[in-house]
Structure formats: structure tokens, C-alpha cells
Ligand binder design. Structure first.
Ligand SMILES: Cc1ncc(C[n+]2csc(CCOP(=O)(O)OP(=O)(O)O)c2C)c(N)n1
Length: 201
């Protein structure tokens, strides 16, 4: 309308997942965070472990469904899902379920590097024009947007952590691998998370 193109996957600044994750983690208090498979998980761990972090192993695409379950179970706690573009595409129907159930306390951050990076950087559909924010809006998640740059990411997360959601924040990221790695011990991870959320003594 005003001649300024909206922020989309074509003009959002290419950021770095670890830097973005550090910015997010710096804002957190008692929020639960669900890291998706591989890189989102690794960067969450490396940004500084918190007892309210859940590092999902192996189950590609399940960060959003798990975060939805936690958000419904603990409506007073804000819950953040960190997910890759390939994983979100694999479980894209979860966006419609989230839109249908409308958890006010759920925030999705999707890191779009246009590839299944960790398995060899095969291109995903976003490399061919699929816009995850447009898909999320189509699913019914009206509060979905691309972050133009790091400052805008900070503003968007501040809003998402204080105002009613659900929210989806999409970030264009570079091809750097995740920093570090979580230990592959599902029992330990689950036990620590349950204690962190106060559901196990
Ligand atoms: C059902 C299923 N299919 C395939 C895999 C293998 N796999 C693990 S991670 C991954 C790529 C994840 O891509 P994305 O979510 O975009 O994250 P990125 O690696 O780019 O950070 C794939 C294909 C798997 N674990 N589960």
C-alpha cells in the first residue's frame, strides 16, 4: 500500500541461530523451552542450560506438538518451541491444531536456513519459495511474522513473552551448524524437565 514491501523470507536479514537463541534465553525467567531436533536443541543447550529446557531427541517435527501439550498443561507458564524449517514442514498440521486450540501462552520460533542442514543440507521447500509465515497465517495463527533483523527479533520476543499468543516468529538464518551438543539421555532430559516444571519432586 505505502510502497514499502512487508518483511518476508526474501528481505529479512540472514541471522545466526546461536546468536538469536542467546538473545532469547537472556530474556527468560521461568518459561519452558522445547528445543527441536538437532541444531535448535544444541544451540539452546549452548546458550546456557536451564531446568525448564527440554531437548527433544530424534522425533523430527515434534517441538511444536510437545510445546502445545506443555502449554495446555501449564497455562500460567509461557512455553516456547524452537524449531527448524524442515521439522516444521514435516509437522505443519500442528499449526492448524495450535490455531484451533489457541493457547495464549505459546510462542513458536522457527529458524529457517532453507535446508535439512544436519543431515547434509538438502534443500527444503522454503528454498523454493514456501513462506512459513504465510502458511502459519493460513492455518489461523494471525500473530505470525518474520523478524527483519535482531532488533526486531528482540521486540517481537518481548511482546510474545508479555502479551497473549499464540505467536509465531520466523527468522532467516545462515548455514552455521549448531554450537555444542546435548547429551543423548532421554531419561535424564525428561526427569530434569519435569523437576524444572515442578511436576516431579
Ligand atoms: C521422521 C524423521 N525423518 C527424518 C529424520 C532425519 N533427520 C534428523 S534431523 C533432520 C533435518 C532437520 O531439518 P531442520 O528442522 O530444518 O533443521 P536443521 O538441521 O536445518 O537445523 C532430518 C531429516 C528424523 N530424525 N525423523
Amino acid at each position: 500500500m505505502n510502497g514499502i514491501p512487508p518483511i518476508g523470507p526474501g528481505n529479512a536479514q540472514v541471522m545466526n541461530r546461536f546468536a538469536i537463541t542467546q538473545r532469547l534465553v537472556a530474556k527468560l525467567k521461568d518459561e519452558a523451552v522445547i528445543g527441536g531436533i538437532g541444531n535448535t536443541n544444541f544451540d539452546l543447550w549452548s546458550a546456557g542450560h536451564r531446568p525448564q529446557n527440554f531437548y527433544m531427541l530424534g522425533s523430527m517435527g515434534l517441538a511444536c506438538p510437545i510445546a502445545l501439550g506443555v502449554a495446555l498443561a501449564q497455562p500460567k507458564r509461557r512455553v516456547i518451541a524452537l524449531e527448524g524449517d524442515g521439522s516444521l514442514l514435516m509437522q505443519v498440521g500442528s499449526l492448524a491444531t495450535i490455531a484451533m486450540l489457541r493457547p495464549k501462552n505459546l510462542v513458536i520460533v522457527v529458524m529457517d536456513n532453507r535446508s535439512y542442514q544436519i543431515t547434509g543440507a538438502q534443500p527444503t521447500a522454503t528454498a523454493y519459495g514456501t513462506d512459513l509465515v504465510t502458511m502459519a497465517r493460513g492455518a489461523g495463527l494471525a500473530q505470525s511474522a518474520w523478524a527483519a533483523d535482531e532488533d526486531m527479533f528482540d521486540e517481537m520476543t518481548a511482546r510474545a513473552l508479555s502479551k497473549d499468543g499464540p505467536w509465531l516468529i520466523a527468522v532467516r538464518i545462515d548455514d552455521k551448524p549448531g554450537v555444542g551438543a546435548t547429551e543423548r539421555d532421554p531419561v535424564l532430559i525428561t526427569d530434569r524437565f519435569m523437576r524444572g516444571l515442578g511436576t516431579k519432586g
